[in-house]
Structure formats: structure tokens, C-alpha cells
Design a protein around this ligand. Structure first.
Ligand SMILES: Cc1cc2nc3c(=O)[nH]c(=O)nc-3n(C[C@H](O)[C@H](O)[C@H](O)COP(=O)(O)OP(=O)(O)OC[C@H]3O[C@@H](n4cnc5c(N)ncnc54)[C@H](O)[C@@H]3O)c2cc1C
Length: 372
């Protein structure tokens, strides 16, 4: 006997959970969520380290940030933000600089004391001639910021991220490199409202999905379970779009990361939540120290640090690859998806896009308007 449900939602990340919450509370319809992992929350899942009790984000540091009042208002039903303000630093040749590159980075790196209005001329003198049509990522970066800043802050980091020489990477995978001619050290451009949920991310999902019309089934893969359900309205699919169509046009590529945890017997290891490592000598791209995400919490004697490495893992899709081959492949899948009238494809895996949390929440709310 098939189980009846109004909506079958594949995945309990923000896209699936926002829609589950809206559909159950506003439309009064039954929702079944199938989640193949053993927890809710998708890549935003947070939990406590056993040894230190420090809460961390299993799939990499997540900071909520948005300029959208609507998204903030929606999220505020489930959490308050703690006022954490995100800043990133980078270590190059044993010295620490601000990122993205700003006036402080430029002055410290070149040993000068420029004022904002002098930065443009200063940098343009450093850019070699003849790079109007950059053929690869390296040329594109040098054409924007010159070789010195590129070699210090972009080259090694990019090579580690992509596990390739930037000369062998297409120019198209980077846009304009952010360079600030002021001392603005905020990491986000859209950071009018930012912070970490006071009780962590997982608590948001627990509240969203706490409704009598929502059933959540963990460790259930849609492709093994779908024949057990009769879906009366729609399936909402937030898994990888190529998997849905059995890779009929080929596999979409993703960049993946892995994490190594260490407990350090000091109260504060690096003084900030995320430290990038620009040089190739450090094999990791960044070190996260999650206790800094919650300055409002009582500090612990020890600290947890998490080293992040890039690596290839088809099973752990993190970042879509924005090159022509993958964009074209995705276009074909997106075209096919349009023909599946009873299925809504959404979220980062379902649309092969890097979206921040606020964008995913906004998209889910927009899709909800179309359903209702
Ligand atoms: C390293 C990293 C850091 C990030 N940091 C930030 C940040 O600081 N700020 C920010 O705003 N955004 C950040 N993001 C983006 C954020 O993670 C995404 O916006 C968000 O997770 C997208 O939610 P989603 O629902 O689309 O996808 P996901 O969270 O990936 O949820 C999809 C869910 O579907 C499940 N699923 C897939 N296939 C199946 C199947 N066949 N059956 C059942 N379940 C299935 C998966 O297990 C997963 O739980 C970061 C992303 C990465 C990779």
C-alpha cells in the first residue's frame, strides 16, 4: 500500500524546510520529508563537539547575512541572531592581513600609507600591459590586481582550492576580484543584517519542522523510497538535478571540501572564526575556530579548530563549477526539468547554483507564493 501525502519534499535544508513549514502552516497540507542524511538542516546543520561542548557547523562555517528585510522577518519567527559580525583574515608568509583585500591589506603588504583616492593609480601602475583578453584565471587576476597581490593572496589559495595551477583554470570561473580602497573590513557586501542564530542553526530547522502535518524521515533516499508514496500535489526535489535524471546528459562537476578537527589546549587559538592560509606551504585553505561565532556564550578552557582542505569527492558536492562545460550541461537538465510538471526543483543542488542561505530562503518563499 502506498502512503498518501500532499507534498513529498526531498531534502531538509533551507529550501525544503521553508517550503515544508509554509505548506503545513499556511496551506494546511500534509508534507512528508525524505532526508538521506541522519540529521535535518542540510549543509547548515550545526551540533556540539563532544569533548569541548563547542557548537560547530558540520559542513563549514555558516554566517547568516542578508540585506532583505523580508527574509530576516521570516527567519525571526524561529531565531534571534547573536550580533556576530563576520571578518576574514589571511596568513601570508607568517603575517596576517585583512580579506577581501582592502586599504589596510594594501598598505601593510606594500609598506605604504596610501589614502583611498590614491589606490586606483597605485594599483594600475602595477598591472602589466597586454592582458586585455586574459586566457586563464591567472592572467585575469593579474589584469585586475597586478602580480604582487596576485602571487601573495590569490595564487596559492586558488591552487589549493581547485587543486590545479591557476594557469590551467578558465578565466570565466572568477568575476571581478573584490578590492576595497577603504578600511572596510566587513566580509559581506550584503551584510546589513548578519549573525549566528542564538541557539545554533539546527534549532531553526527543529522549530520549522515541528508541525503535526509534517513527517520527517531521516536516512531515507528518495530514489529508494519514492515508489512507496502517492503524492497528491507535488514533489519538491532539492537533491542533485543530474541524479534525478539518472545523469542522462552526463555528470555535473562539483568542488568538494573535507574537514579535520583538532582540540587545542588553549582558550583561544587564532583570535577569529576563519583564518585563510594563502601560501601553498600550508596544505589547508582555512582554519575555522567556531567558538568565535558565539561571543555571547561563556568561553571554554579548550578550543576546537577545524582545518579545511579541498579535495575531489563526487559524493560530497559543495561548490558548483561555473565553467562553460558545466553551465551548458546544467542548461540541458534545467530544460528537461521544465517538462516535469509535478516536480519542483530547487535549492543549491536542484538548480546547480551557489546560493547563500538568504537567497535560498527567498527563493523558497517565492516558490511558495506560486504554489498557493
Ligand atoms: C562550505 C560552505 C559554506 C557556506 N557558508 C555560507 C555562509 O556563511 N552564509 C550563507 O548564507 N550561505 C553559506 N553557504 C551556502 C548554504 O550552505 C546554502 O545556501 C544552503 O545550505 C542551501 O540549502 P539547500 O536546501 O538548497 O541545500 P542543502 O542544505 O544542501 O540541502 C539539501 C538536502 O537534500 C538532501 N538530499 C539530497 N539528495 C537526496 C535524496 N536523494 N534523498 C533524500 N535527501 C536528499 C541532502 O542530504 C541535504 O540535506 C555555504 C555553503 C558551503 C558549501
Amino acid at each position: 500500500m502506498k502512503k498518501e501525502t500532499d507534498y513529498l519534499i526531498v531534502g531538509s535544508g533551507f529550501f525544503g524546510s521553508v517550503l515544508a513549514e509554509r505548506i503545513s502552516r499556511v496551506l494546511n497540507k500534509r508534507v512528508t520529508i525524505l532526508e538521506k542524511r541522519n540529521h535535518i538542516g542540510g549543509n547548515c546543520y550545526s551540533h556540539r563537539d563532544e569533548e569541548t561542548g563547542i557548537e560547530y557547523h558540520k559542513y563549514g562555517t555558516h554566517i547568516f547575512h542578508t540585506n532583505s528585510k523580508e527574509v530576516l522577518q521570516y527567519l525571526s519567527q524561529f531565531t534571534e541572531l547573536n550580533g556576530y559580525y563576520h571578518q576574514v583574515l589571511t596568513t601570508h608568509k607568517n603575517r596576517v592581513y585583512q580579506m577581501p583585500i582592502n586599504l589596510e591589506t594594501i598598505n601593510a603588504f606594500f609598506g605604504v600609507n596610501l589614502r583611498p583616492f590614491e589606490v586606483k593609480d597605485f594599483l594600475s601602475q602595477k598591472i602589466p600591459k597586454g592582458l586585455d583578453n586574459p586566457k586563464n584565471l591567472e592572467e585575469k587576476a593579474i589584469s585586475q590586481i597586478g602580480p604582487e597581490l596576485y602571487n601573495a593572496f590569490i595564487k596559492g589559495y586558488t591552487a589549493k582550492q581547485w587543486q590545479k595551477d591557476p594557469k590551467d583554470l578558465p578565466a570565466s570561473i572568477i568575476n571581478r576580484l573584490p578590492i576595497r580602497s577603504s578600511y572596510n573590513e566587513s566580509y559581506f557586501n550584503n551584510g546589513r543584517y548578519q549573525g549566528i542564530p542564538l541557539e545554533g542553526f539546527t534549532a531553526i530547522f527543529e522549530k520549522m519542522l515541528d508541525h503535526e502535518l509534517i513527517e520527517v524521515h531521516l536516512e531515507k533516499d528518495y530514489f529508494q523510497e519514492r515508489d512507496n508514496y502517492e503524492v497528491l500535489e507535488k514533489t519538491i526535489y532539492t537533491g542533485p538535478i543530474d541524479r534525478y535524471f539518472e545523469y542522462c546528459f552526463g555528470k555535473l562537476d562539483w568542488r568538494s571540501v573535507r574537514f579535520e578537527h583538532e582540540v587545542k589546549d588553549v582558550e583561544d587559538y587564532q583570535g577569529t572564526s576563519v583564518m585563510n592560509y594563502a601560501d601553498l606551504e600550508a596544505p589547508y585553505t582555512r582554519i575555522h575556530e567556531p567558538k568565535h561565532l558565539h561571543p555571547e556564550r561563556k568561553s571554554t578552557q579548550k578550543t576546537l579548530i577545524i582545518k579545511e582542505y579541498s579535495h575531489d569527492d563526487e559524493q560530497a558536492p559543495y561548490y558548483p563549477i561555473n565553467d562553460e562545460k558545466n553551465k551548458e550541461l546544467y542548461r540541458q537538465y534545467a530544460q528537461k526539468a521544465k517538462q516535469e510538471k509535478d516536480v519542483l526543483f530547487g535549492g543549491r543542488l536542484g538548480t546547480y547554483s551557489y546560493y547563500d542561505m538568504d537567497q535560498v530562503i527567498a527563493q523558497a518563499l517565492t516558490q511558495f507564493q506560486k504554489l498557493s
